[in-house]
Ligand binder design. Structure first.
Ligand SMILES: Cc1cc2nc3c(=O)[nH]c(=O)nc-3n(C[C@H](O)[C@H](O)[C@H](O)COP(=O)(O)O)c2cc1C
Length: 180
């Protein structure tokens, strides 16, 4: 299977990125092929509302670091999106990333993306209440579900604790990757 992972955190020691990388480790051990996009290191614009995608029924034409992503996405079986929680929601670059998917729906509302890709969300927050931002995470993931993806799992890391290799959440992430 082909797996795409989007790392939303700008931090080198990011908890959300560590969890995603562990999912990928488990998946790669089973022979799955993974590609990683680190949004903070990319030149990634938000949607420019140019309308090219709708007029011509094509992937986003913006010439930035998301250019390679569209082919990857069409071929992928799994999309993993991750983000730190900033102000009770996903971080800004992940909203820009989401908005670029506008190209996947035609003017007649039908989809340009093959349905049934698996979707996994990984979020990290300071709040100790694991359900504290449930509605924000569910909203974010629902936008990808609206493009035909099927939600497989959500991992929420709390209290901004640095993740260690023996942490329960890391074990869970590894097992999730192994099951893909
Ligand atoms: C700008 C900013 C806003 C934040 N807002 C919240 C918030 O509203 N709620 C919360 O629980 N944590 C908040 N945090 C804490 C982060 O979500 C937390 O440190 C998280 O573990 C970072 O994830 P990462 O390690 O993957 O970067 C905020 C952090 C920053 C830098």
């Amino acid at each position: 299977m082909k797996i795409i992972a989007i790392l939303g955190s700008p931090r080198e020691q990011s908890a959300s990125s560590a969890i995603v990388k562990t999912i990928l480790k488990g998946a790669e051990e089973n022979g799955h092929v993974c590609s990683v996009y680190e949004v903070n290191k990319m030149n990634l614009k938000g949607c420019q509302a140019c309308g090219n995608c709708k007029k011509n029924e094509i992937d986003c034409v913006l010439n930035d670091d998301l250019k390679m992503y569209w082919n990857d996405l069409h071929e992928a079986d799994v999309l993993i999106v991750s983000s730190p929680n900033y102000h009770a929601n996903v971080c800004g670059p992940m909203i820009s990333f989401l908005n670029r998917h506008y190209c996947l729906r035609k003017k007649d509302r039908t989809l340009r993306l093959k349905a049934g890709k698996k979707l996994i969300g990984v979020f990290s927050q300071g709040n100790s209440d694991v359900n504290g931002y449930e509605s924000a995470y569910k909203w974010f993931l629902s936008r990808f579900e609206a493009y035909g993806m099927e939600l497989q799992d959500i991992i929420v890391h709390t209290e901004a604790i640095p993740v260690t290799d023996d942490a329960e959440i890391i074990k869970r992430a590894y097992e999730l990757g192994q099951k893909l």
